[in-house]
Design a protein around this ligand. Structure first.
Ligand code: SAM
Length: 281
């Protein structure tokens, strides 16, 4: 039973990090003409209205996209994310926030392909409606864990895999490690972005240690907190990404973007930005 609904969290600070990184990597990859495959293992619905019940109940987007979407003078990485958020809203009011499939749909070219996996029966229908008519896109009503394994290596031999689970079930931290190892065995040159929440130390450690000890090379860790970090029982105030084979420009881009956004989103002076190389060349 899936109870997580991303609509409660759309446009929050975790989405800012995740989607800034996604936009940066995809825009980097499309600089080369060769076709590309995008696989989104946990796609969501692609578009979230911010005047709906869910985002208004949590108000999380107020400490995220609402503070940045019209701000002038953003550093380059955030400015590219902002460009797409503004294009999605198309006017002067922030009425909705795009999901990862929408960002990828905009950036990818006619000869690229997108594979979107979503396991919630209502959300897959909303996603299909959102993506209807785009022949580059396949929406799979399947677990992203099994579907992604069936899709790699892609014939293009170039691709980005976004792994963005909700971690509703705590065994998912171990499942993600096993999944990435299996995917990487089949598609070692792919770019991987793996999102995680910073709530309970033992689970973050399990994920980070699992990947660090996997033998996989070129792994970076990016963590961003609007508060002190581990916050068991009190909700998420920090978030992270693990990136494998990311463009060399990703870390400087995120360092600049997150350090810029931190005092805007967390003006009380709490919070942190952490960037580490977990495994080198
Ligand atoms: N990637 C989206 C974005 O950035 O806009 C947000 C995804 S949200 C964090 C996680 C989504 O995964 C939810 O819509 C949930 O229904 C879906 N989900 C949960 N388990 C899944 C699985 N095993 N396979 C595919 N989707 C799953």
């Amino acid at each position: 039973m899936l109870s997580y609904r991303h609509a409660f969290h759309a446009g929050n600070f975790a989405d800012v990090l995740k989607h800034t990184a996604l936009v940066h990597c995809l825009e980097y990859l499309v600089q080369k003409d060769n076709p590309l495959r995008y696989i989104d293992t946990h796609a969501g619905i692609g578009s979230y209205r911010l005047d709906a019940f869910e985002p208004n109940k949590t108000q999380e987007y107020q400490q995220g996209v609402a503070l940045l979407w019209q701000r002038q003078g953003l550093p380059a990485g955030l400015a590219r994310w902002q460009h797409w958020v503004q294009a999605f809203n198309g006017g002067n009011s922030l009425s909705a926030y795009p999901g990862s499939p929408w960002f990828a749909q905009q950036i990818l070219r006619p000869h690229d392909r997108l594979e979107l996996c979503e396991l919630h029966p209502k959300d897959i229908e909303l996603l299909r409606r959102q993506m209807a008519g785009d022949k580059r896109i396949a929406c799979h009503f399947e677990s992203g864990y099994t579907q992604a394994l069936a899709l790699v290596p892609p014939i293009e031999r170039r691709g980005l895999i976004l792994i963005d689970p909700s971690y509703e079930v705590k065994t998912e931290y171990a499942q993600v490690v096993a999944e990435v190892k299996s995917l990487h065995r089949r598609f070692a040159t792919g770019v991987y972005l793996i999102w995680y929440p910073v709530i309970e130390a033992r689970f973050v450690e399990q994920l980070v240690r699992g990947l660090k000890n996997s033998g996989i090379k070129r792994i970076s860790q990016i963590e961003w907190g609007l508060g002190p970090g581990f916050n068991e029982g009190k909700g998420m105030n920090a978030t992270g990404l693990l990136a494998i084979n990311a463009p060399f420009t990703l870390m400087p881009c995120l360092e600049e973007s997150l350090n810029y956004a931190l005092p805007i989103l967390a003006p009380d002076g709490e919070g942190y930005v952490k960037l580490e190389t977990l495994a080198g060349e």
